[in-house]
Design a protein. Structure first.
Length: 436
């Protein structure tokens, strides 16, 4: 199946029909300003920092009048809080990131309308709904990403476990128990590496598996005044499984809250010390840089919840590029031109696939040399082609609700300082209060 068909399948996860897709546009780039101009980029994706810097150098080589500075804040840092601090300092970036309808509302007076940009005609319509307001478009999609339980195929094979047999929570639980019983012979320290320190992993991504079955998309979540949290028991089971069979630095559940992204991905999974982590295809470059054998033998499993459709993974747009409407005309023009060049020029497309490792959210990547190569991205395409995807509704959560409130409460639950019933009640109350 060619890339256009694959990516068309991916957009189904956003619940809009293929009849809404627009035709491909040309690759004509807008011209950058002729006079010297500086564009500051403030972005969240630490995994592509080097690739973005490489792209900047290549762009600057072609546009001698443009200087681009990149600052990356992400991983274990709160990008949203850092972005607010950046603007408050008076050092406003020309290009920054927004996540969806809530961010469109929060940053409405600092967002440039991008609806006239050349790349828009190449974007899948379904990927743009979360950053539209009326007839205006305020964000350019980063890429398409998927997540779930990333597993080490070599460890599974050695343990005699077929990943294809894992459909339900009960199946997953049985596989985990088998892995745990064979830890010594498998050479692993634990089955899971749960980064309890990272509230986005639990408060956003884990909770999304429940709320993607409560809301059809991020826009519906954004408009919801209250939540039922009717699948909270399923999330509790998934979380408890990772806690009970997770890596604990000092042997206690509480110490899970000290495990960060770097420890879970780089020091544990990429070194074969755990069999499973809750992450997505964005870790592929990091794992490859540490152990190419583990990289080539990664796979992606769903995060099953009782009572929901089996075998689906969450796939969506991680963030959007936004242009600061407060900047002068020349700076905005250069910022828009760089983004268009990055995603639609021949050189930019190769960077997006080969260096960024993205599954693009734009059309025009159908040639053989522009196909995703990492195993996790290939799995995302397979799940999509099989119509086994659910949306990223956490982009429509109230500001700070998932990461700052629910995520913080999950940390307290992990450490034993908060009951699950209280956590659920807090989640409902905080949501309702945020929507008043």
């Amino acid at each position: 199946m060619n890339a256009i068909k694959k990516l068309t399948a991916l957009t189904c996860l956003l619940t809009l029909s293929a009849s809404m897709f627009t035709g491909c546009g040309g690759n004509t780039n807008a011209s950058a300003a002729d006079s010297p101009v500086t564009v500051d980029i403030f972005q969240f994706k630490v995994e592509v920092k080097d690739a973005l810097n490489k792209a900047v150098k290549e762009y600057e080589a072609e546009h001698k009048n443009v200087t681009i500075n990149v600052q990356t804040v992400g991983g274990g840092q709160d990008y949203g809080a850092a972005l607010k601090a950046k603007f408050a300092s008076g050092q406003e970036p020309a290009i920054y990131n927004i996540g969806g309808p809530q961010d469109v509302k929060d940053w409405s007076n600092k967002l440039q309308d991008l609806s006239d940009q050349p790349w828009v005609s190449s974007a899948y319509s379904a990927t743009l709904e979360a950053v539209k307001s009326g007839t205006k478009l305020y964000g350019m999609p980063f890429d398409l990403e998927g997540y779930g339980f990333v597993y080490n195929k070599l460890i599974f094979q050695k343990a005699g476990i077929s990943p294809d047999s894992i459909k339900t929570f009960s199946d997953l639980q049985n596989a985990v128990k088998t892995l745990d019983s064979k830890k010594s012979s498998l050479g692993i320290d634990a089955v899971f590496a749960l980064p309890g320190k990272e509230n986005w992993v639990t408060g956003l991504h884990l909770s999304n598996v429940a709320f993607a079955n409560e809301f059809k998309d991020a826009v519906e979540a954004f408009n919801a005044k209250t939540i039922d949290f009717k699948y909270n028991d399923g999330i509790k089971k998934l979380l408890d499984l990772q806690i009970n069979y997770g890596y604990k630095p000092d042997g206690t559940n509480k110490s899970i809250d000290s495990v960060d992204y770097s420890t879970s991905v780089e020091k544990l999974f990429s070194l074969g010390k755990v069999a499973i982590i809750q992450q997505g295809n964005w870790i592929a470059g990091t794992v490859k840089g540490i152990d190419t054998n583990i990289w080539s033998n990664m796979g992606l499993l769903p995060m099953p919840i009782d009572g929901t459709p089996e075998g689906s993974i969450p796939v969506g747009i991680p963030m959007y590029w936004a242009v600061n409407s407060s900047k002068d005309t020349a700076t905005k023009k250069a910022a828009e031109d760089f983004l268009n060049w990055l995603y639609t020029s021949d050189k930019g497309k190769k960077l997006i696939i080969k260096d960024f490792g993205f599954v693009p959210a734009l059309k025009g990547y159908d040639s053989e040399d522009l196909q995703p190569s990492d195993p996790l991205s290939k799995d995302i395409l397979k799940y999509s082609n099989d119509n086994k995807t659910i949306p990223w509704v956490f982009m429509g959560y109230p500001t700070g609700w998932g990461q700052d409130k629910l995520g913080a409460d999950i940390q307290k639950y992990i450490s034993g300082d908060l009951t699950w019933d209280k956590l659920v009640q807090n989640a409902k109350d905080n949501w309702a209060d945020s929507r008043k």
